[in-house]
Design a protein around this ligand. Structure first.
Ligand code: SF4
Ligand code: SF4
Length: 426
């Protein structure tokens, strides 16, 4: 990586802390990803993106800003990238997946806050996230109580925090409410960027994001093959890079990877032996560099064939209807698309478990590992009924709760191995 010290200093990063984070990230990446056998060639692009995730990509953001394009950071897949692209903005994900500066985070948040929120605060207080520092607007959303209340604490720490309210029930009132919130967000984006959203710019935004999601859906479908042509770790990485990379370049690279994987499938080439135990992971999102669980699963004689998560299927499953029409028509299409997302913050949320069953069938998964972050009420509460319903449908399910630390790795591994054995005997 080139020397980006000047750029990082200008962004106000704490260079010592940031170097420490990059060094941990780099060595974890080498151990977890580069050590995998028989990886597709197409993963080289994603290795490169990861090696430059705080370097070249940030430089690109700074260049975009110099051309008066705004950078919008967000923490949730309910924030429509289509609208950000419609003002020629750049959308970046801000969720963090590392146990960094939790001591700092716990000075402003209760200890029993989920690791995802604590990590975001740890990064902010430790001044180690160039994406957050480069953002002209940071969008918070009222989803779970943890996030909703923590944005009140985050507000004075960032340049411009915009809070998006979200419905909690899938009712007509909820849909109208969501559309009005998206209309309010459009006005905010127009104000900050100084650009007006037109039917043409919005349609272009929709098409770029649809193409990006379609490429990831293509990748997801290829994973139905046995032997699995790509590891769950690598597929997760693609889903994680989704939130950082330039969307058009990302789409091209995912499609190239898919071409290669389709060839692999034709030739019966896989990352693991045929009939390796196949597992689906469902639950909370896994932000970079949260790779603990997939690593434990895939080092236990199993392969992950799908992720029912916002960094996965829940984030890409629905496309927005792209049509000629007014901004109002397109806003309706965007609302319809996002209103389908079955996050556990909705009540009731029956479509989620139905889709887990459908995914297990489509991808020939033998069992489901339900993953909740500790203290995540929505997913932990939902995990009980989900397990019951999956087991009732003869889909063995293991419920796990964990955080970002490595302390429980041994215990988790024992439980995962016992579960895989159960699947092998089925
Ligand atoms: S799990 Fe829910 S709150 Fe979290 S990113 Fe997904 S939609 Fe947003
Ligand atoms: S993991 Fe759960 S508690 Fe944490 S931010 Fe997401 S929904 Fe909220």
């Amino acid at each position: 990586m080139a020397d980006y010290t000047k750029m990082w200093s200008e962004l106000g990063l704490d260079l010592e802390g940031h170097n420490a984070l990059l060094s941990i990230l780099g060595s974890a990446y080498g151990d977890i990803f580069l050590s995998q056998k028989n990886r597709p060639e197409g993963m080289k692009y994603f290795d490169f993106v990861m090696s430059e995730v705080h370097g070249l990509r940030i430089q690109e953001l700074m260049e975009a800003k110099a051309q008066r394009r705004i950078v919008v950071g967000s923490y949730c897949v309910f924030v429509p990238e289509e609208l950000i692209l419609a003002v020629d903005g750049v959308s970046v994900g801000l969720c963090a997946g590392a146990e960094f500066n939790f001591e700092g985070a716990e000075e402003v948040l209760p200890r029993n806050t989920c690791a995802l929120i604590k990590s975001a605060f740890g990064f902010k207080l430790g001044k180690v996230c160039p994406y957050l520092e480069a953002s002209d607007v940071v969008v918070g959303e009222n989803t779970c109580d943890g996030k909703k209340k923590s944005y009140e604490i985050l507000a004075p720490m960032v340049k411009d925090l915009y809070v998006m309210d979200l419905p909690q029930m899938k009712t007509d009132m909820g849909r109208t409410f969501l559309k009005e919130e998206y209309r309010r967000f459009m006005a905010k984006l127009e104000r900050v960027s100084g650009k007006k959203i037109t039917p043409e710019s919005l349609k272009m935004g929709i098409e770029i994001v649809n193409a990006k999601r379609a490429a990831v859906k293509r990748l997801a479908a290829i994973r139905a093959a046995d032997p699995a042509p790509i590891s769950g770790l690598d597929a997760l990485l693609v889903n994680q890079v989704f939130f950082y990379d330039d969307p058009v370049r990302f789409t091209h690279s995912v499609n190239q990877l898919c071409d290669e994987l389709e060839e692999r499938v034709k030739n019966g080439i896989g990352v693991s032996a045929p009939e390796t135990t196949r597992v689906l992971v469902s639950g909370c999102p896994m932000a970079v560099p949260n790779w603990k669980l997939p690593m434990l699963i895939e080092s236990s004689n199993a392969v992950i064939v799908g992720e029912e998560s916002c960094v996965g299927e829940r984030g890409v499953r629905w496309l927005t209807e792209s049509k000629d029409g007014t901004v109002e028509d397109l806003l309706d299409a965007i609302t319809a698309r996002y209103f389908s997302i079955d996050c556990a913050v909705f009540t009731p949320n029956p479509s989620r478990v139905e889709y887990v069953k459908e995914m297990a069938k489509k991808l020939n998964a033998q069992g489901v590992i339900h993953y909740s972050l500790q203290f995540c009420q929505p997913y932990i509460v939902e995990s009980g009924p989900v397990e019951k319903e999956l087991e009732h449908a003869s889909i063995p399910t293991l419920r796990l709760e964990t955080d970002y630390s490595q302390e429980d790795a041994g215990q988790l591994k024992t439980r995962i191995e016992a579960f895989i054995e159960r699947l092998e005997k089925k």
